[in-house]
Design a protein around this ligand. Structure first.
Ligand code: PEP
Length: 251
C-alpha cells in the first residue's frame, strides 16, 4: 500500500526553539508508531538545522515552507534550493496562498518547482481558488494555475511532485471544504495532470487536501475525499490534536 502523506505546515510558529523541540519530539514519538502514514513537518527556516539533527529518518521528514527560485547571488533574505538540498531536505512547500498573496506569481512558482525536481527535492505545490462560482470559473482558474506552475516540468521529472489542493477560502477558516467537493476536485486535478503528463503519471502523483483540517474532520475528508494525504496548518502545532489526527489516518 502506498503511504498516506501528512504534511504539517507550522507557518510562523512557535516563537521559541524550546517549544519547537517539544512539538517536534512529541510528533516524532507518535510518528514512530505509524504504519501507513509518512509525516513531513515544515517548521520555520531557523529551526530546520537543529530539528534535522534530532529526526528519526523513517518517522518524520523535515521540510521547508518555501524556497527562492535562484541558486545563488545577491538576493538578500532568500534561501536557495541548493542550501536546502545540502541540509538534506526532501520536501518544500511551494506556492502557498499566504506567499502568493505577498506577490509570488505562477511564473516564480514554476521556476521553483522545476529547480526542486531537478535536484531531487519534492515540491509540495499548493494550488487553490479564492472563491467558487456556480458557472465553474474556479475550475478554469485551477486548470491554468496547474498548467502555469508546471510549465517548466517535463514528464521525466514529474515523479517527485506532490500537489496540495488548498482552496484559499478554506485556509484558516472555521470549517473545511465538504469531503464530497474535495472528491470532485481531486478527480478534476488528476484529469488536468493526465492531460499534461499522461494517465499513469497523474495516478502516481499524490494529491493532498489542505484547509482547516483537524483531528475531528480528518478521517471523513481523507476517506470521502479520495485523496493521498493532508496538508495541515494550525492543527500541526497543536500536538495533542495533530497526534490524534495521525493515529486516526493511520488506522
Ligand atoms: C495551510 O496553511 O496550509 C493550512 C491548510 O492552514 P489551516 O490548516 O490552518 O487552515
Amino acid at each position: 500500500m502506498k503511504k498516506r502523506i501528512i504534511v504539517g505546515n507550522w507557518k510562523m510558529n512557535p516563537t521559541t526553539f524550546d517549544e519547537a523541540k517539544r512539538i517536534f519530539k512529541s510528533t516524532k514519538s507518535a510518528a514512530e508508531k505509524l504504519k501507513s502514514v509518512s509525516v513531513v513537518l515544515c517548521p520555520p527556516f531557523v529551526y530546520i538545522p537543529q530539528l534535522l539533527n534530532s529526526r528519526t529518518e523513517s518517522a518524520v521528514s523535515v521540510g521547508a515552507q518555501d524556497v527562492y527560485f535562484e541558486e545563488r547571488g545577491s538576493f538578500t533574505g532568500e534561501i536557495s534550493p541548493l542550501m536546502l538540498k545540502d541540509l538534506g531536505i526532501k520536501y518544500v512547500i511551494v506556492g502557498h496562498s499566504e506567499k502568493r498573496a505577498k506577490g509570488q506569481t505562477d511564473e516564480m512558482i514554476a521556476k521553483k518547482v522545476a529547480m526542486l525536481l531537478e535536484i531531487g527535492i519534492s515540491p509540495i505545490l499548493c494550488i487553490g481558488e479564492e472563491t467558487r462560482s456556480e458557472d465553474g470559473a474556479h475550475l478554469d482558474f485551477l486548470k491554468s494555475q496547474i498548467k502555469n506552475s508546471l510549465n517548466k516540468v517535463s514528464k521525466k521529472n514529474i515523479g517527485d511532485l506532490i500537489v496540495a489542493y488548498e482552496p484559499i477560502w478554506a485556509i484558516g477558516a472555521k470549517e473545511a471544504m465538504k469531503p464530497e467537493d474535495i472528491y470532485e476536485m481531486s478527480i478534476f486535478i488528476r484529469k488536468v495532470l493526465a492531460d499534461l503528463y499522461g494517465h499513469d503519471e497523474a495516478v502516481a502523483t499524490p494529491v493532498l487536501y489542505g484547509g482547516s483540517v483537524n483531528f475531528r474532520n480528518a478521517l471523513e475528508i481523507f476517506e470521502k475525499g479520495q485523496i493521498n494525504g493532508l496538508l495541515v496548518g494550525r492543527e500541526s502545532v497543536n500536538v495533542a490534536g495533530f497526534v490524534e489526527l495521525l493515529k486516526t489516518i493511520d488506522a
